[in-house]
Ligand binder design. Structure first.
Ligand code: 13P
Length: 246
């Protein structure tokens, strides 16, 4: 039985005062691995103020451990500050920074090197889904990464399926659409390592809210969520964490 995993991706939102209020009000659950992913500049404050049971991480990392890479942040530095997770390959970075599959894979490997668990984002655009290419796109994104991860640790990474057309649009994949893709993703991992496929957490992202989380998380291959807009308010995010308790 996989433990549910629910993460708050704050994107470029929040403030120090907002973080303090959020963490004072947040209700976590023992049965759920809960993660806060604030903008990296707030990581130290988040770690210092996080209630027991809330892990912290970052929304992206650089590929190098150190060196002349202006503006980049190493996984090792995140780990030193008490972070334990790094999102890699979010669709906003694939779009805004033109991140390609190979760079995303390198970042996943860098996260593991630095002692962080990578949360690897995959997902198709609306045009790709309308053309019937959603599985091919997700398979391409995943294949680039899976091959690069040491078999011994693959069960500890997380995959976030975030259909681009459902992010920030209020339009959620139906539980059946999401389940179909999660089952497909698990089958791709199983083709590499059947034991890891049973351990790996595959979380759904794209307009997850308190009102739809229960039905999404009830699907057999949906192990939790990566939440954007609805993670900014402590009561909403607490309700989503509670919806992941089985
Ligand atoms: P929303 O929940 O705002 O749709 O964002 C999803 C997301 O991109 C989380 O990483």
């Amino acid at each position: 039985m996989r433990k549910a995993l629910v993460a708050a991706n704050w994107k470029m939102h929040g403030s120090l005062a907002g973080l303090q209020t959020f963490l004072a009000d947040l209700q976590v659950q023992d049965a759920v691995d809960s993660v806060l992913l604030p903008p990296a500049v707030y990581l130290s404050a988040a770690v210092a103020l996080a209630p027991d049971g809330l892990a912290c991480g970052v929304q992206d990392i650089g590929t190098a451990a150190s060196g002349a890479h202006t503006g980049e942040i190493a996984a090792e530095m995140v780990r030193e500050l008490g972070g334990t997770w790094a999102v890699v390959g979010h669709s906003e970075r694939r779009l805004d920074q033109q991140e390609q599959d190979d760079l995303v894979a390198t970042k996943a490997v860098a996260a593991l090197r630095g002692g962080l668990a990578p949360m690897i984002c995959v997902g198709e655009t609306l045009a790709e889904r309308q053309a019937g290419h959603e599985q091919a796109v997700v398979a391409r994104q995943l294949d680039a990464v899976i091959d690069r991860i040491d078999r011994a640790v693959i069960g500890g990474v997380a995959i976030a399926y975030e259909p681009v057309w459902a992010i920030g649009t209020g339009e959620t994949a139906t539980p059946a659409q999401a389940q179909n893709m999660h089952e497909f993703i698990r089958s791709l991992v199983a083709a590499e390592d059947s034991q890891a496929a049973q351990q790996i957490r595959i979380v759904y992202g794209g307009s997850v809210k308190p009102g739809n989380a229960t039905e999404l998380f009830a699907q057999p291959d949906i192990d939790g969520g990566l939440v954007g807009g609805a993670s900014l308010q402590a009561d909403d995010f607490s309700a989503i964490i509670a919806a992941a308790v089985t």
